[in-house]
Design a protein around this ligand. Structure first.
Ligand code: NDP
Length: 297
């Protein structure tokens, strides 16, 4: 293996440390405690784990954590009423509704009901538009985490060829916009891309956000490229049980790449850290205060 391993766990701990410092300053100098509200509808086990982790880390950095756990039978109107009350609450600076919501609720309607200034997931159509036009937005957490790690590793990203594999609204497209904002030459690849190996081979930066275990082999990677693996896939182990793997074949890619994020311990830990960063940013913007440097796009 030749690649430098980008340690997302350590990076996320550093981001959380910076967030905690800002929270302390907001409390001591302005008497403001940032508050993050998380709304969960239903009993989805994975969502419950995410929400618990978010709540725990929110409290650990000194912010208020507000949780609304609603029954799976909650109607769309009832959920909208909860969102409206959080929009109107000045002690709440960030709101997220854990996705997916049950089938009888339209996720887009809920996301677009959140006050864009409190939309710390960055999924509201206004924030999507602001990011797409290079204006100050709330930025989706996972791509923001990837961008932070890339900036730390490369310094300037200007002029680098970046290939993002995946065109989802939550990862692929915002990632491409962020890289464009940092003056990369960006290609977005997807399931219909012709000659994906050839496209990936051109990249100085590869971001894989596909959801297919170990899909990208080392021989697609340009020697020295930086590989950011967003994928989280659970596969069977030959000896029984399961393990987490990314969208890239770690061992073969690490032999060729200049730097690579592992799974687990790469992009994953950055997502909640960036959610906390976004909440501090939203709190500063709401109160007309200078926002933290280095914690936004
Ligand atoms: P989606 O399923 O929404 O999007 C997957 C994308 O991959 C689509 O654009 C699809 O193309 C593309 N794709 C599928 N198959 C191929 C293929 N054979 N070749 C090229 N492209 C392909 O996934 P998400 O963006 O939501 O998530 C991607 C991965 O990232 C998942 O493993 C997910 O678990 C993980 N993830 C991790 C997070 C973290 O915190 N680390 C957060 C969010 C997601 P097309 O549009 O043409 O169908």
């Amino acid at each position: 293996m030749t690649a430098t391993v980008i340690d997302g766990k350590a990076f996320a701990a550093n981001v959380r440390g910076q967030v905690a410092e800002h929270v302390t300053r907001l409390k001591e100098e302005h008497g403001i405690t940032p508050g993050l509200a998380v709304v969960l509808v239903g009993e989805d086990p994975a969502s419950q784990v995410y929400v618990r982790n978010k709540g725990k880390q929110t409290v650990e950095v000194g912010m208020n954590s507000i949780e609304h756990k609603l029954d799976a039978s909650t109607t769309q109107d009832e959920l909208l009423a909860v969102i409206e009350s959080l929009n109107a609450d000045p002690s709440v600076h960030g709101i997220l509704c854990q996705l997916p919501v049950p089938d009888h609720i339209d996720g887009d309607t809920i996301i677009n009901a959140i006050d864009p200034a409190k939309d710390v997931d960055g999924f509201h159509i206004s924030n999507v538009g602001l990011l797409g036009t290079g204006q100050k937005a709330m930025v989706p957490c996972t791509p923001l985490g990837c961008l932070m790690m890339l900036r730390e590793h490369h310094g300037s990203l200007s002029g680098l060829n970046a290939v993002v594999i995946g065109r989802s609204n939550i990862v692929g497209k915002p990632m491409a916009n962020l890289l464009l904002g940092d003056s990369c030459t960006v290609t977005i690849a997807h399931s219909r891309t012709a000659d994906l190996p050839g496209v990936v081979k051109q990249a100085d930066i590869v971001v894989a956000a596909v959801g297919r275990p170990q899909m990208v082999p080392g021989d697609w990677i340009k020697p020295g490229a930086t590989v950011i693996d967003v994928g989280i896939n659970r596969i069977e182990k030959p000896e029984g049980g399961t393990r987490l793997v990314g969208d890239v074949d770690y061992d073969s890619c690490a032999d060729v790449a200049g730097a690579i994020t592992p799974v687990p311990g790469g992009v994953g830990p950055m997502t909640i850290a960036c959610l906390l960063a976004n909440t501090v940013t939203a709190c500063c913007r709401a109160n007309g205060l200078a926002e933290p440097v280095g914690l936004t796009a």
